[in-house]
Design a protein around this ligand. Structure first.
Ligand SMILES: Nc1ncnc2c1ncn2[C@@H]1O[C@H](COP(=O)(O)OP(=O)(O)OP(=O)(O)O)[C@@H](O)[C@H]1O
Ligand SMILES: [Mg+2]
Length: 762
């Protein structure tokens, strides 16, 4: 396939104005200016001013500018322009927390008619809600899902924003971003692309690929001093130094001194356990620096934890011991609502110090006057040992310090373990340019998924069609296509052998293939689940079904602790006859230890269904409530997928799978399924009602509200429940609430670098 590289006329860096430009002197209209001014923005920063002309002319831009330089505003202005021209826009982000922040900021343009929605969770926005939106903030997996299923909303697409575009280099999630952007650009030739990153070594190359104007700058509105701490002082890259008075080890001292100056500290460490331990260790240092008023505020913040969920969790317990002291941790063991409480408390300056794993690293705005990166290595599961963290990722963490809305200056500090490390840390992380971004598309796992999706959704109908598509990716822009050619051939053969692609003149997906692509299942998952439903006997118990979904690569296995193997092996032996997916089954072919860890996931889910309290489950299996939550969401979605596959290949399994999915969603025995459909009623409160003699909504309808309040120990909740019961006719059974359709979200069995921290070393 011939590959033509049209020269990109816009690729030369725009000459940047030296200074910021007052809003009145820009081409912005009065209404937009008024909103920005109200928001405290009086001038455009130099890179923003440089980008404004091209953006308003509908040109694509790539902004390679430092952290905190206000890149998002450029994207917002592009979206606003598109919306006023009757088009819609997609804002792609890698993280949930970031999606919410961006949507909130875009919400400030609501008075101009901009309607913004977010799609990151487990359920898609229903088509009619999407239809009303001007801007959708979503992960690239969500965008990819929309493209696969097709959507009339996309036909109005005018702008796509690729925020944190360096994510392309992420082995797990990069290919999806690359494929989505490529698909969108092919489908909508006049599409405006706005790509943003503070940490790409080869931004010009990316701009060339996107035919975007390359706007590079070193401007940072809030000065950020970068340094290395050792032996009581920080040595900054500008050669200045700063002595930090004792007492204290490195991190407590760095934390205490910035709080004493009225700032806040954000500390990054490389493991969950490390984040909790350090948060505890910091209590004396933070307390020493807290004012009386600060102490009172911190104590009050802990009360919010009481309302976070229906059931107590380990995270709430542990945070409860920390928040009153003005310090907390943030990692993937916490549930989403727990994390939001922590983020909010830090943002409103109630928490003075926060210890996080890199779950908080990219793009987020927080009031951290000093960022401390304690660890520059982390456990790499693939290597089985500690490995250095890439400069790009460390620089993202450092860039959380000194953000315009919160601080006038910032400090970002690495901690040296010895005098000899001082220089190497400076060279590797503070002075070095970020790594160049390389495409990860060529991996067989990525191509298996995307080749199937491209064929199933009609983008390509032949090998040459596929090659033509991939030549338009960043991979195709930077690498010889011959390598890809071979992998595609292997992938095609594989998909054919497993009946996902039909073999014939024209490349076409089978019904199975189309289902797999639309359900957003990894082909390996779909093959395993299809086998499982075809094999399942009538009356199959839940456990083999749970074990089947747990064995797929779309659900991250839980690590097995020492002492757990024996139990898991015993369970494996007990269940062997009835298991629907076995370790040796092709194409999964799981090593025994991996298989046992998937069996552990199945056991966790089994306990969840048995209504074992969360606190007991997490303690027994050594996991966090956040881990339980993600496995529950994944299993819910996979059981839905399995049920759709069953409707094609084993219809008798549809009902059992749908019922099981619902039980997994709520974590209940069957008898509670009617009650948990009520808002405010989950597994714990549902059980209370059931035990008090109210087994379903119908029985509640006859109950006096006082009695419900007594059972639930809350008049407010009783009101909420009764409010939902009355709207309906008395007598006949209430119609079941339709279950929302689960849908794609970023999923992978391997840890997602940006989303979730790699597993702890055993
Ligand atoms: N011209 C401006 N004047 C004042 N504040 C601004 C201006 N532009 C942006 N900001 C504010 O600066 C902060 C940082 O902006 P933004 O999040 O867009 O940074 P970024 O360049 O995307 O950084 P990162 O690479 O870390 O994601 C935001 O709080 C934003 O509201
Ligand atoms: Mg940003």
């Amino acid at each position: 396939v011939p590959r033509t590289h049209r020269a990109n006329p816009a690729a030369a860096p725009a000459s940047l104005p030296e200074r910021s430009v007052p809003l009145a002197e820009t081409a912005l209209d009065a209404a937009t200016r008024a909103i920005l001014e109200e928001d405290g923005i009086r001038e455009l920063y130099p890179p923003q001013a440089a980008a404004l002309g091209p953006v308003l002319a509908g040109e694509s831009v790539l902004l390679a500018c430092p952290t905190a330089s206000g890149k998002s505003l450029v994207a917002y202005l592009a979206l606003l322009r598109a919306c006023r021209a009757g088009r819609v826009g997609l804002y792609l982000v890698p993280l949930r927390a970031l999606a919410h922040e961006k949507a909130e900021e875009l919400g400030r343009f609501a008075s101009l008619g901009l309607k913004v929605g977010v799609s990151v969770g487990d359920f898609d926005l229903p088509a009619d809600r999407l239809e009303k939106l001007d801007v959708l903030v979503a992960t690239s997996e969500k965008a990819d899902g929309l493209l696969r299923r097709g959507s009339p909303w996309l036909d109005r697409l005018g702008v796509v924003v690729a925020d944190e575009v360096h994510l392309l280099r992420d082995a797990d999630r990069g290919p999806t971003l690359e494929v989505s952007v490529t698909r969108l650009r092919r489908a909508y030739p006049d599409l405006q692309v706005v790509a943003l990153s503070a940490t790409v070594g080869n931004s010009k190359e990316l701009a060339d690929w996107l035919k975007a104007r390359h706007i590079a700058s070193t401007f940072r509105p809030v000065p950020l001093k970068l340094g290395v701490y050792h032996g009581g002082r920080i040595v900054f890259t500008d050669t200045s130094t700063r002595e930090l008075p004792p007492p204290g080890e490195a991190v407590p001292r760095l934390v205490r001194t910035v709080i004493q100056e009225g700032g806040q500290a954000l500390v990054f460490v490389n493991s969950r356990r490390g984040s909790e331990q350090l948060a505890h260790a910091l209590i004396p240092a933070v307390e020493a620096a807290l004012s009386r008023e600060g102490r009172a505020l911190a104590r009050a913040s802990a009360e919010e934890l009481g309302n976070v969920g229906e059931e107590e969790t380990e995270g709430v317990r542990r945070l409860g011991g920390l928040l009153p002291h003005g310090v907390a941790f943030h990692n993937a063991s916490l549930t989403d609502p727990e994390r939001r409480i922590v983020e909010h408390a830090f943002r409103t300056r109630v928490l003075k110090a926060l210890v996080a794993t890199p779950t908080l690293a990219a793009g987020i705005n927080l009031p951290a006057r000093r960022v401390i990166v304690r660890d520059t290595t982390r456990y790499d599961g693939r290597l089985g040992m500690q490995a250095p963290i890439p400069a790009m990722e460390v620089q993202q963490m450092l860039g959380r310090a000194g953000r315009p809305r919160y601080d006038r200056s910032g400090e970002a500090v690495l901690v040296a373990r010895g005098a000899d490390e001082e220089e190497s840390l400076t060279d590797t992380y503070l002075l070095a340019a970020p790594e160049p971004v390389q495409s990860q598309l060529a991996s067989e796992a990525a191509l298996r998924t995307h080749v199937l999706a491209l064929v199933a959704s009609g983008v390509a109908h032949s090998k040459s069609g596929l090659l033509d598509f991939f030549s338009g990716t960043f991979y195709g822009h930077t690498r010889p296509m011959a390598d890809l050619d071979r992998t595609i051939a292997r992938v095609e053969k594989f998909l054919g052998e497993h009946e996902l692609l039909a073999r014939g003149e024209r490349l076409e997906a089978t019904r199975f293939g189309r289902l797999t692509s639309e359900l957003y299942l990894d082909p390996l998952t779909a093959i395993a689940l299809r086998g499982a439903v075809e094999r399942a006997p009538i009356g199959v118990r839940p456990f083999p079904l749970l074990a089947a979904v747990a064995a797929t690569p779309d659900i991250a296995p839980l690590s097995v602790r020492r002492g757990e193997e024996a139990d898991l092996l015993a369970r494996f032996t007990d269940e062997a006859e009835e298991l629907l997916v076995r370790p040796e089954d092709e194409p999964l072919d799981l090593p025994l230890d991996v298989f046992l860890s998937t069996l552990k996931t199945a056991q966790v889910l089994e306990q969840w269904l048995a209504e074992t309290p969360i606190l007991q489950i997490t303690e027994r299996f050594g996991i966090g409530a956040g881990d339980l939550r993600t496995r529950v969401e994944d299993a819910d979605w996979l059981l839905f997928g399995a049920s759709r596959l069953a409707s094609a290949f084993a219809p008798r399994l549809v009902r059992p799978l749908d019922d099981l999915a619902l039980r997994v969603r709520y974590g209940v025995n069957e008898e509670l399924l009617d009650l948990v459909r009520l808002r405010g009623i989950g597994r714990a409160r549902g059980r209370l009602l059931y035990q008090a003699g109210y087994p379903d909504r119908e029985s509640l309808r006859q109950a006096p509200v006082d009695r419900i309040a007594q059972v639930l120990r809350s008049p407010k909740l009783a009101e909420l429940v009764v409010g939902q019961l009355t709207g309906r006719s008395r007598g006949g059974r209430a119609p079941p609430t339709p279950a929302p359709t689960p849908s794609p979200k970023p999923r992978t069995a391997r840890p997602r670098r940006l989303d979730e921290f790699p597993p702890e070393p055993p």
